[in-house]
Design a protein around this ligand. Structure first.
Ligand code: NAI
Length: 728
């Protein structure tokens, strides 16, 4: 049988080659752990028999990535009953790494490709780390999946860098770093050209022959002291209380379990010996592994994102398209950002506005962002010059000649957009993809004024464009598959995450955010204390409090959208049901407090800066003596979003569950810890401990009985609950 870890010896140097014959990438499983243990045991035996015969050890990989970490699919199946077994497994793997680390020979990791999570943890057990000079990621991103680096990652980084730096730079946010960055903080020791990786590893081993310390980790050497001191050191002890506070700031009070466990494992582990620390770390890992939060986050950030990145909703059988020259029409806030991200991806951009001056102002936005990057040493003058040369500002449609893609971002007006597309069609390539960044106008209606409705599509960015990862692609009734595929290709080219939705008023994102904001504002009308409303939102895990978000979105804009929706409903013969938030919105607008843009909203602003909740709020919307249950407030805000998302699935506005989950997290701030608006339903944990769709449905019915019909489960949900099914 071929081993997952091959044992090769050449000239006294042992090369442990990670190369599982049964997998495309090296991921940890029982068989792998056994193979690794066998290789390390052989090494130890050979050292015992003849220590001088071995100079050192290289850990290398024959796969594209160095090591891909744990098998997440397997891990997400863990239940609380598996806790002991998981603990034993983890401890087994860690014992192997510890044996290698303390075998008395210098060990070097030759990192040829991505070493994330468990992959980096293997490399951390080596005494020296060399990375190939290629685009590859290293880091311990476990926290982003609701886990902690329990393969020694916490214990070793704390001993390498000290508590503070390990927590701040590596563990609590889990950044993925390119080799240069990793080297700058000391995670990697050397970077060499890829074809010299093994030679460099061998050379390091040769260079440390006779140096006993080189075969030991710093923490196993005489007189080791933890950088920055242990928690018993008064200076660090004085800083300790700042950590939980910092954590609360990072998570805004939301009950993220992983950072909490990481902090505990790091602080407790720093006060004891390596072996004990390592066991503490394993326990905190297992606690997360068997819990629901890890499953929710992994579903979203690993499986759903993976599926979207692998093509997700892309129609089959259509050749990928590489866009070379894009026309961005309207150089305002959105157009300027769209020009930036397109030029960043190497495309030629023609940025058109009504005057050259306005177009140049749009280009100046790129200049500003690039100047900042340059100042921080993240780019070079040469690259900046080339970047800016790709953006051509203009007021003349003739300059759009040869464009193979249009992204229109002029004012939100049907008439204007139709006029603009009329001009565009005369000059761009005859098969150019025609995209509109409209945030509210239904695509099917807009397409009516365009000559090629099959090529017309919504490409909906979020503000600020350079930072927001999501793009919502909207297919109108006549949009064809080639246009959808093309839009997906473009979004991938600019390295953003696309979801594809079918046309609907407000599409998916704006529609769901509307229900959320109305729910929050409606609470004011009920007499809920505004501070409780805001806290309930952030403690539920939303990135921004709901009233604050409303100020950003602007109440006048919301009213405009409401009136349009109302007109559309009535035109279709229906009756507009309205909602509790409307009266509050009307009052606020009458008071001249429509939001941040106005300099006054639910919050007060000074020079554009938010300074606190408006002091008149409680007077205007009197707070009642009896306040609703805080848990109810949190759940109303999350449920209303999930229920509207289910309606979008039901109405085929959303096409897939991954689109729903990822779109809700990146586009509308659904709590990431719940794994998205639909995963929240699948993994809902009721107060009585029951988990899943049925528990969610029962709770929705309870909320409907207390707070109104808007919480009534839609038919699709009832059906799933009845059949005991999940949304997949
Ligand atoms: P903006 O007001 O900042 O920019 C609009 C630009 O279009 C202005 O520079 C204006 O001079 C230009 N323009 C007007 N008529 C033109 C014409 N005939 N030819 C060329 N340029 C013309 O507006 P903003 O915020 O950038 O919005 C643009 C579009 O993006 C709208 O459809 C909006 O609904 C949508 N959108 C806005 C978001 C936001 O957060 N502001 C988010 C997502 C979409």
């Amino acid at each position: 049988m071929t081993e997952a870890v091959r044992y090769e010896v050449e000239n006294g140097i042992v090369n442990l080659v990670l190369d599982d014959p049964n997998q495309n990438a090296n991921t940890m499983n029982d068989a792998y752990a056994t193979s690794m243990a066998k290789a390390v045991d052989r090494l130890v035996d050979e050292i015992a028999a003849d220590a001088d015969s071995i100079k050192g050890v290289i850990i290398s990989s024959a796969k594209k990535t160095f090591f891909a970490g744990g098998d997440l699919k397997l891990m997400t199946q863990a239940t609380p009953a598996d806790a002991q077994k998981l603990f034993d497994n983890v401890e087994g793997i860690k014992a192997t790494l510890r044996k290698l680390e303390t075998a008395g020979k210098p060990v070097v990791a030759a990192i040829n490709g991505a070493a994330l999570g468990g992959g980096l943890e293997i490399a951390l057990a080596a005494h020296h780390r060399i990375a190939a000079d290629v685009r590859l990621e290293v880091g311990l991103p476990e926290v982003t999946l609701g886990l902690l680096p329990g393969g020694g990652g916490v214990t070793r980084t704390v001993r390498m860098f000290g508590l503070q730096d390990a927590l701040m730079n590596i563990l609590l946010q889990g950044p993925r770093m390119q080799p240069a960055k990793a080297k700058s903080i000391g995670l990697i020791d050397e970077i060499v050209p890829a074809d010299q990786l093994l030679d460099a590893a061998k050379a390091w081993i040769e260079s440390v022959q006779g140096d006993d310390d080189a075969a030991k980790q710093p923490w196993d050497r005489q007189g080791y002291r933890m950088p920055g001191g242990t928690p018993s050191n008064p200076k660090l002890a004085a800083n300790l209380p700042a950590f939980p506070a910092m954590l609360r700031k990072q998570t805004k009070g939301a009950p993220y379990k992983a950072p909490r466990n990481i902090l505990a494992a790091a602080v407790e582990g720093a006060q004891v010996d390596f072996e004990t620390a390592s066991r503490i770390e394993s326990r905190y890992l297992v606690e997360l592994l068997v819990g629901q939060q890890f499953k929710n986050m992994t579903q979203a950030f690993f499986f759903d994102l993976g599926s979207i990145n692998a093509g997700g909703s892309r129609p089959a059988g259509i050749e990928p398209k590489k866009f070379q020259k894009v026309a961005v029409i309207g150089a305002g806030m959105m157009g300027a950002g769209i020009a930036y991200v397109s030029a960043q991806a190497g495309m030629e951009v023609v940025l058109k506005d009504v005057s050259l001056e306005a177009a140049e102002k749009g280009k100046a936005y790129s200049e500003k962002l690039l100047a900042k990057k340059l100042e921080r040493g993240r780019t070079t003058q040469e690259k900046v010059d080339a970047f800016l040369a790709r953006i051509t500002p203009t007021a003349d449609y003739a300059d759009l000649e040869g464009c193979d893609l249009v992204v229109e971002a002029v004012f939100e007006s049907v008439k204007l957009k139709h006029d603009v597309f009329g001009e565009i069609q005369k000059v761009v390539k005859p098969d150019a993809l025609l995209g509109s960044n409209t945030s509210t106008l239904p695509i099917t209606g807009l397409a009516e004024g365009v000559e090629r409705p099959e090529d017309f599509i919504g490409i909906h960015f979020f503000s600020p464009v350079d930072k927001m990862p999501l793009v919502e692609i909207i297919a109108g009734e006549k949009t064809d598959d080639a246009a959808i595929a093309g839009a997906l290709d473009y979004v991938q080219q600019i390295r953003k995450t696309p979801i594809v939705v079918n046309d609907s008023r407000g599409f998916f994102t704006s529609r769901v955010i509307g229900t959320f904001v109305n729910e929050g504002i409606g609470m004011l009308a009920e007499g809920v204390d505004p501070v409780s409303i805001e806290r309930a939102t952030t403690i539920a895990g939303f990135p921004a409090p709901v009233l604050q978000l409303s100020d950003e979105l602007n109440l006048e804009l919301m009213t405009k959208i409401r009136n349009e929706s109302k007109a559309a409903v009535e035109a279709a013969g229906g009756t507009w049901e309205g909602n509790a938030g409307e009266g509050v919105i009307d009052t606020m607008i009458e008071l001249g407090r429509s939001g941040r843009l106005k300099g006054a909203g639910f919050y007060d602003y000074e020079d554009g800066k938010r300074v606190g909740l408006w002091s008149g709020l409680r007077e205007q919307f009197p707070t009642s003596d009896t306040q609703p249950d805080f848990e109810d407030l949190k759940e109303r805000l999350t449920f209303i979003m999930s229920l509207e998302t289910i309606k979008c699935l039901e109405e085929n506005v959303l096409r897939t569950v991954p689109d729903a989950n990822i779109g809700s997290i990146f586009g509308i701030g659904f709590p990431a810890l719940q794994g998205g608006a639909i995963q929240y339903v699948n993994g809902y944990e009721a107060a009585d401990g029951s988990i899943g769709v049925e528990a969610f449905t029962r709770r929705a019915q309870e909320l409907a009985a207390t707070y109104g019909d808007r919480f009534e489960p839609p038919a699709l949900l009832l059906e799933k609950a009845k059949n005991g099914e999940k949304f997949v």
